[in-house]
Design a protein around this ligand. Structure first.
Ligand code: ADP
Ligand code: X2W
Length: 254
């Protein structure tokens, strides 16, 4: 094993069974070792509201109080993770669902309450690459929920794009790593037009002119972080194109 693909899929794809099935079939057509990271923010918001817990997001990050932590642990670690694992098994993939607490595979530090108190939100501290390498070596497909832990018995909520970028960064020390962030659009868009290549200068311009906003800002930033940390290729693309090389918006490091 000398290469790996770390692939992330977001909540709006997971939310829709047909889209999720299309994505997972395309994902399974990718040969070689792969890790799947899933989001599920929109699923957590809907299920939380059913329980009378209103979602509270700031800069694309969920403010996670104790009640919200219960909801997201159930939704990300249970419902969404197990649904994806079962579907992958039905497609012949030997998937293993994990949160960051399992095998201590991703530990994190609760975010400082200043200037904004995000509650039980964690910033990744360590990714246990050795476990990834062992599992991948056995042909297992790790399926990661956007949950980490603090080592003191608390689960933490960590954005799924950030988890994917951190895992790609960590695995880059041992393997040629590609990070693919999938969502429901063709890539980073300028109106109707797909931006096929993204460098830092262009990103700053697109952000400054309001062409890139909301959740796309942290998504692009974690993409650049993975590139800086040694990932060979980073892209943001449509979920149906997960297996299509060089589709979507490809990151350039200059
Ligand atoms: N230039 C842009 N191109 C594409 N999407 C953009 C752009 N600017 C803002 N967005 C928004 O960013 C969203 C993607 O971020 P996010 O909602 O966090 O996705 P996900 O949950 O799939 O990770 C898109 O659904 C879109 O609404
Ligand atoms: C801290 C934080 O914001 N965590 C995210 C984790 C889920 C996620 O990232 O889901 P998508 O990829 O579908 O947006 C949240 O709770 O919304």
């Amino acid at each position: 094993m000398n290469s790996i693909k770390v692939i992330k899929v977001g909540g709006k794809v997971i939310d829709d069974d047909q889209k999720l099935d299309t994505f997972l079939e395309a994902f399974m057509s990718i040969t070689g070792p792969k890790v799947l990271v899933h989001g599920g923010g929109s699923v957590a918001s809907v299920l939380g509201e059913r329980l009378g817990i209103k979602p509270n997001l700031m800069d694309g990050r969920r403010i996670t109080d104790a009640e919200t932590l219960e909801v997201i642990t159930m939704v990300y670690g249970g419902l969404v993770n197990k649904k994806i694992v079962a579907k992958l098994q039905s497609l012949g993939g030997n998937a293993l669902g994990l949160s960051g607490a399992d095998l201590n595979i991703i530990s994190a530090k609760k975010r400082d309450p200043e200037p904004i108190d995000f509650g039980w939100v964690g910033d990744v501290e360590q990714v246990n690459s050795q476990w990834f390498l062992k599992l991948l070596g056995e042909g297992v497909i790790p399926v990661l929920a956007p949950l980490t832990h603090d080592g003191s018995g608390h689960m933490l909520n960590t954005n799924a794009d950030t988890i994917a970028s951190s895992v790609a960064s960590a695995l880059s020390s041992d393997l040629e790593t590609e990070l693919i962030l999938c969502f429901e659009q063709a890539g980073v868009m300028n109106g109707e037009k797909l931006i096929t290549e993204m460098n830092l200068l262009l990103y700053r311009h697109l952000k400054g002119t309001g062409i890139v906003t909301d959740g796309m800002i942290p998504k692009i930033e974690v993409g650049f972080q993975a590139l800086k940390n040694g990932a060979k290729k980073v892209s943001i693309r449509h979920y149906e194109d997960v297996a299509k090389p060089d589709s979507g918006t490809v990151f350039i490091s200059n």
